[in-house]
Design a protein around this ligand. Structure first.
Ligand SMILES: [Zn+2]
Length: 436
């Protein structure tokens, strides 16, 4: 082979790669925002320029020059907010269908096959991040990975994998004959009893992809065990779960309705109390002392009471919801008044995915200002997830996760139920503002 021929090939290759590299140079986008919510300061900024390089916010200010060649997105008639974060979702689960069919006639594959639709709806509703707190068979890990790979669209996911619960707990299958049992191992059901098994379950969840640990401190509402309030782990078991997670650098959250279980979980050191239905003064004081977030799903009571009877849900479950739903909203109100840290978590999956923002109205009705409710779903939520350095506000260095609405969400919080623009990581997933 002669050398000039080789040289020609080499030159062609160099040119090809040079052009290819050029084609892959940075994408610069600029958003002209009429109003921007600064959720860190709790203020509104007007006429802002947001410069985005690839997936990251580079700069924000009112006198920035628009870089040459930038793609300009005109949101000058809209209010721009950071992407919303729901700290309590179940993207691999969803409401509807007969109660018994869901338990006995479906497999995890039935749930897995539609999970990407739930993820897409959630993202298009303006929720660019979720903490997904309980999923079977590591479906949440698969969903998270597929989204991160760009195979499907959905929010960033902080995945808990299995809900860790004791035998007979909210995480177990209750109310049926002992001859009806899963053939899965205890670990593949998230069932752990005693300190040793609890530690082993935390390791098992993390080994296969958990980002965060969730356990059942008390009984639940939508399962058939008797008391919603009763603790379902000992203090030693709760301590072991939180401590083991900490060794692996993971945060823990606890499903807890009952007063005693809430106090035990707070003492164990959980980052958040999920539901938090029956708070007393001491529980509120403990949460303040420990800096524990209250992640209370105060919207879905409406949906459960209007729809679940149609799904064939046993009356005793609906009766429990009637009891707990009302008490939970009053507990939330007291916690807000006392200054407990509040995050936004809705239990999406109990009600249809994509309706997440319907909870804002209740958070405002029960004590938060609209700005505080938005902070619960942005900067507070990012803090709870340990993601404050990458999401939760519109600031240089963070992911370009932004949403926009044409109405003023501080004047009417329900406008967030119809988000008109969604960007995640610099990519636009929805834009129905001004037909652009
Ligand atoms: Zn839940």
């Amino acid at each position: 082979m002669n050398t000039s021929y080789l040289k020609n090939i080499l030159t062609a290759l160099v040119l090809f790669f040079a052009l290819h590299a050029h084609a892959q140079t940075d994408t610069i986008k600029v958003i002209k925002a009429g109003r921007v919510l600064d959720v860190e300061k709790g203020t509104v900024l007007v006429n802002q320029i947001i410069v985005i390089q690839n997936d990251t916010i580079k700069a924000i200010g009112n006198d920035l020059a628009i870089p040459a060649g930038a793609i300009v997105i005109d949101l000058s008639n809209a209010t721009v907010l950071p992407g919303l974060i729901d700290c309590h979702t179940h993207l691999t689960d969803g409401p509807g269908g007969n109660y018994y069919d869901n338990i006995f006639r479906k497999t995890v594959i039935d749930y897995a096959i539609v999970a990407h639709i739930n993820a897409k709806r959630t993202l298009e509703a303006g929720f660019t991040s979720c903490r997904d707190v309980g999923s079977e068979a590591f479906m949440d890990v698969a969903l998270r990975n597929a989204i991160n790979n760009g195979d499907i669209s959905g929010p960033r996911i902080d995945a808990a994998t299995f809900f860790i619960g004791s035998t007979g707990s909210h995480g177990d299958l209750n109310g049926f004959s002992p001859y009806i049992q899963s053939t899965d191992s205890k670990q593949m059901r998230g069932i752990a009893d005693g300190v040793e098994e609890c530690r082993a379950q935390v390791r098992f969840n993390i080994k296969y992809g958990a980002d965060v640990i969730k356990f059942g401190a008390s009984a639940g509402v939508l399962t058939e065990e008797e008391s919603v309030g009763a603790p379902q782990y000992t203090q030693e078991e709760m301590n072991a779960i939180v401590d083991e997670a900490k060794l692996w650098g993971k945060k823990t959250c606890a499903h807890a309705h009952g007063t005693l279980a809430i106090k035990m979980a707070v003492k164990a050191g959980v980052a958040s109390i999920e539901h938090g239905s029956l708070l007393d003064d001491e529980a509120i004081q403990l949460m303040k002392e420990h800096g524990t977030y209250l992640d209370a799903d105060i919207y879905n009571d409406d949906y459960i009471l209007s729809e679940y009877a149609k799904f064939g849900t046993p009356q005793k479950i609906i009766d429990k919801e009637k009891l707990v739903g009302k008490a939970q909203r009053l507990s939330f109100q007291r916690a807000v008044k006392a200054g407990v840290k509040i995050s936004f978590g809705t239990d999406a999956g109990v009600y249809p995915h994509g309706w997440n923002a319907r909870q804002f109205k209740y958070m405002v009705k029960f004590g938060l200002t609209p700005m505080q409710a938005i902070q619960a779903a942005t900067i507070n939520a990012a803090d709870l997830l340990g993601w404050k350095n990458k999401v939760g506000s519109i600031a240089p260095g963070k992911y370009a996760d932004l949403i926009a609405v044409t109405n003023d969400p501080l004047a009417d919080i329900t406008t967030l139920e119809n988000v008109q623009f969604v960007m995640k990581g610099g990519q636009v997933y929805k834009s129905i503002i001004g037909g652009k």
